[in-house]
Design a protein around this ligand. Structure first.
Ligand SMILES: C[S@@+](CC[C@H](N)C(=O)[O-])C[C@H]1O[C@@H](n2cnc3c(N)ncnc32)[C@H](O)[C@@H]1O
Length: 240
């Protein structure tokens, strides 16, 4: 591991690729080591993030374990991960019924993390089925939102948590317009890319203004949460 670290970091980019290729040819387990190293780095980053927060060590370790299991399949970082933790606890505590819907799934890592988080916190999968987990309750739909969502909205029914992670303005706008009215009143919509992609932020701002929703986190935060309830969402993605 240290060989990889020093070798790669001190070598110019063109030689780095060659070094990596040679390493993988002479050392077949190299790929696994590289993956283990990346996984370790991602978990370490999250550990640093969580250590600043007001969280019990045992809870922190549990979050880190769950993240370690999915981290190679998600683009989620600190605030997004913490946000899922808050949302899961909140909807379990309030007994909110409805499904978890994520639009923009990529390799499924954030969906997997949601499922792990929800169940670790004692979520009742039977009462609050998740669009994601366990396997027999999973519904994954491949295709453009514009083609697939219109055929799915009825089957989805009541939504407890709507998480949009489609990056683009059009993707976000379309999903909001198609699914927002199915979100159980007062509960939360999470926009992963708010404050990251200006197009996405604009689409959300326009939607919030048109529907008189309340925004739950500062405008530069990612993720942003908002709600149709007059008090605004009770879930915030900030640590403290
Ligand atoms: C940032 S990735 C999702 C990451 C994932 N939630 C995670 O971190 O585990 C965004 C995904 O949204 C998908 N996407 C964006 N616009 C879409 C659209 N109009 N229809 C279907 N998928 C779309 C992209 O293909 C990509 O897989």
């Amino acid at each position: 591991m240290s060989l990889l670290k020093t070798g790669v970091l001190k070598t110019p980019f063109c030689q780095t690729k060659k070094l990596a290729r040679n390493l993988l040819e002479t050392f077949p387990q190299g790929e696994m080591l590289v993956e283990a190293y990346r996984r370790d780095q991602r978990v370490r980053q999250l550990r640093c993030y969580l250590e600043v927060g007001d969280i019990y060590p045992a809870e922190r370790e549990a979050i880190l374990r769950d993240f370690g299991a999915v981290c190679m399949n998600t683009q989620l970082h600190g605030a997004g991960i913490f946000n899922l933790e808050f949302v899961a606890r909140e909807i379990i505590a309030r007994g909110v019924e409805g499904v978890f819907v994520e639009c923009g799934t990529w390799r499924g890592g954030s969906l997997g993390l949601w499922a792990r988080t929800f169940m670790r916190n004692g979520g009742d999968v039977a009462r609050c089925p998740i669009f994601g987990f366990p396997r027999e309750r999973v519904t994954i739909t491949k295709g453009w939102f514009q083609d697939t969502l219109p055929l799915k909205t009825e089957a989805i029914g009541k939504i407890a948590v709507l998480r949009l992670d489609g990056d683009f303005s059009e993707s976000t706008k379309f999903c909001l317009e198609k699914l927002y009215d199915q979100v159980v009143s007062g509960d939360t919509v999470i926009i992963d890319d708010y404050g990251v992609f200006p197009g996405c932020q604009r689409a959300v701002d326009e939607f919030i203004a048109a529907r008189s929703c309340r925004c739950g986190s500062s405008t530069s935060m990612s993720p942003c949460t908002f709600s149709s309830s007059p008090e605004g969402p009770r879930i915030n993605s900030k640590l403290n």
